[in-house]
Design a protein around this ligand. Sequence first.
Ligand SMILES: Nc1ncnc2c1ncn2[C@@H]1O[C@H](COP(=O)(O)OS(=O)(=O)O)[C@@H](OP(=O)(O)O)[C@H]1O
Length: 303
Amino acid sequence: MANKSKFIDYIDEALEKSKETALSRLFFTHQGIPYPITMCTSETFQALDNFEARSNDIVLASYPKCGSNWILHIISELIFAESNKKYEYPEFPILECGDPEKYQRMKQFPSPRILATHLHYDKLPGSIFKNKAKILVIFRNPKDTAVSFFHFHNDVPDIPSYGSWDEFFRQFMKGQVSWGSYFDFAINWNKHLDDENVKFILYEDLKKNLTAGIKQIAEFFGFSLTGEQIQTISAQSTFQAMRAKSQETHGAVGPFLFRKGEVGDWKNLFSETQNQEMDEKFKQCLAGTSLGAKLKYESYCHP
Ligand SMILES: Nc1ncnc2c1ncn2[C@@H]1O[C@H](COP(=O)(O)OS(=O)(=O)O)[C@@H](OP(=O)(O)O)[C@H]1O
């Protein structure tokens, strides 16, 4: 990614704050959802209410750990391939993170702007819908998402750790983790996946056929690239390629963020009881729904 210095500065700043923050003090609640005090503030949430989206903004919505950095990379490469201009990151790309003045500064940014977000559907600023910005929604199976989330907390030295995987799992199932419950996030999105200007993409599908996924993303956002250009982006967007550059792109946290990039890593941590508990929760929340089918739970979450 281009001009990552501000991006890396922001991550380093959040890590610095994390050092002094115990897990018990990590979260503050805004409109019923826990957010990390190291990344979000109520002042920024207040300012976000007045954020003016543009119709050509590129919105990337995902629950944490579902692959947002992967898609961010793909989009910035698509922009580069089409315009020959490196996408600059003058602000941290997660819309709800940063100081309250960032939205004023963002008014000056050229289009297209990339707006990544972990906000639940009903917490997105209304101007995204009013101005008909296109939204790509990225999902990953909940078991691998939980495992990735746990490792991020417990592997990165400066981020508050959980006592054990079992403790993290309990909190994840209660939605007492950053950005709240995976299942609430999913239930909220389930009703809107077929809305105009919304496209769903599954992490596991992208893993299976990266070139096809990139082609779909390009078509959705209206990039017209040659097959050769798509192939080049695909080669630069594999897990191995991104991990190899992760320190350069994301600073010290890079190798922890690009940890394993696999489907099915949950099998190394989930106990039989935890498996059953999540299967039951999935059934209660998503069985028989459109998103429930799209997530291919049977393929990716059954042993
Ligand atoms: N290119 C590529 N291929 C496959 N997988 C990839 C890729 N890039 C990132 N990842 C994996 O995505 C996980 C991190 O998700 P996010 O970027 O959404 O994390 S964050 O919420 O923004 O912190 C994290 O998953 P885990 O490895 O399972 O922890 C990353 O490794």
